[in-house]
Design a protein around this ligand. Structure first.
Ligand SMILES: Nc1ncnc2c1ncn2[C@@H]1O[C@H](COP(=O)(O)OP(=O)(O)OP(=O)(O)O)[C@@H](O)[C@H]1O
Ligand SMILES: [Mg+2]
Length: 352
């Protein structure tokens, strides 16, 4: 019954795309479990894909955003702004069964829809963290955890798995997501700036200092003060890797390995911030074993990825052939699917 946050401080690395694909694939592989996606990004990209993509998904998103009461993450946050320190136990009012809107996804998928109102609410959430009781910071940071608990309780605590798509910025709602999560999936793209972004994740969440004397984030300091659990690093995922030719493949490998070195360094000094996968593999005792437990790669599937997102069809259910996207005909090749589907399938097999 684990809760995964998908976060990197860098934008555009595939957080929403992977939230969509991993949650859908998890639901496909685990038909007896309920899968919940909590969209904590005001852009609501994961919600849009889940609800049917660029045209249908966006239309349904607007429908949900304009309905009363507002059955979105912001609806729940509004409840909490009204009752910051006492949970209203209203989480269940805010879920949507995704297959009612998009029949291309399994029926065991549920969503707390993303909402751009989160941006407007952020300052009110932040101000709820200081005027109240002594431990108001702690109570407010548990709001999303409370939301998930409400939903799991209404499911009679049946086996479930939760994925939280996050905004890139280390905003208050990202902090709430990280507090709610047990485990962290860190996607990154294989470019030079990704290494800096990974360092930012390690410093903001776990207080890893880049230079002596660097100040640590309030999130790290306050979570430590209240002895709150941090999400454990579960995987770092090199995403959108291309293998156009051997030189691009090797350039990507170099960057992935550089980032791997950075995270390996953290493992050596702070292994307690990682989650040993519950698949029976022993605690890694070499760089190779470490990589095999924590490092994953997802290739770029080009047109197939675009079509999958645009039509809200999980990549493992997408077939090759002509597709209609926004009035145009595009061709999905089997070779594109073959590049990415095995990565997603295998990655999800390692998610508990
Ligand atoms: N493995 C992949 N193969 C092909 N395209 C991909 C892949 N992963 C992501 N993309 C595409 O890359 C773009 C950026 O991905 P996405 O929106 O998921 O990033 P993000 O990290 O959520 O961005 P943001 O920080 O803005 O929330 C999207 O157009 C998405 O469809
Ligand atoms: Mg996103």
């Amino acid at each position: 019954m684990a809760i995964y946050a998908i976060w990197n401080n860098k934008g555009g690395v595939g957080k929403s795309y992977l939230s969509f694909q991993l949650a859908a694939e998890y639901a496909r592989q685990n038909t007896t479990k309920k899968v919940l996606v909590v969209d904590l990004c005001p852009q609501a990209n994961a919600s849009s894909m889940l609800l049917g993509g660029m045209i249908d998904g966006e239309r349904k998103l607007t429908e949900i955003h304009t309905s009363q009461p507002r059955r979105t993450i912001s609806g729940y946050i509004e409840d909490r702004i009204r009752s910051p320190y006492m949970s209203p136990n209203s989480g269940i009012d805010y879920i949507t069964q995704v297959s009612r809107y998009n029949n291309k996804v399994p029926s065991n998928m549920y969503l707390v829809v993303g909402d751009e109102q989160l941006e407007n609410q952020a300052s009110r959430v932040t101000s709820a963290t200081f005027p109240g009781p002594q431990d108001s910071w702690r109570i407010v940071h548990l709001w999303i955890r409370d939301l998930i608990t409400d939903i799991q309780t209404s499911w009679n605590n049946e086996d479930s798995c939760v994925f939280i798509d996050c905004n890139p910025s280390f905003s208050i709602y990202t902090e709430l997501a990280l507090t709610a999560a047990d485990r962290l999936l860190i996607p990154f793209s294989a470019d030079g700036s990704s290494k800096r972004a990974i360092k930012a994740v390690l410093s903001l969440v776990y207080g890893v200092r880049r230079h002596q004397g660097d100040t640590q984030s309030d999130f790290y300091l306050e979570s430590t003060r209240y002895r709150m659990a941090f999400p454990d690093i579960y995987m770092y995922i090199g995403n959108r890797l291309t293998q156009m030719n051997s030189s691009s493949a090797s350039a990507f490998k170099t960057v992935v390995n550089e980032i791997g070195d950075e995270i390996w360094g953290v493992w050596q000094s702070s292994p307690q911030v990682f989650c040993i996968h519950p698949n029976g593999s022993p605690t890694p005792n070499s760089r190779k074993a470490f990589r095999s437990m924590f490092q994953y790669e997802v290739n770029d599937a080009n047109t197939a990825s675009v079509v999958s997102g645009a039509l809200g069809i999980p990549i493992a259910s997408l077939t090759a052939g002509q597709k209609h996207v926004a009035g145009r005909s595009v061709t999905v090749n089997q070779s594109q699917l073959d590049k990415q589907v095995p990565n997603i399938t295998q990655l999800v097999q390692n998610i508990e």
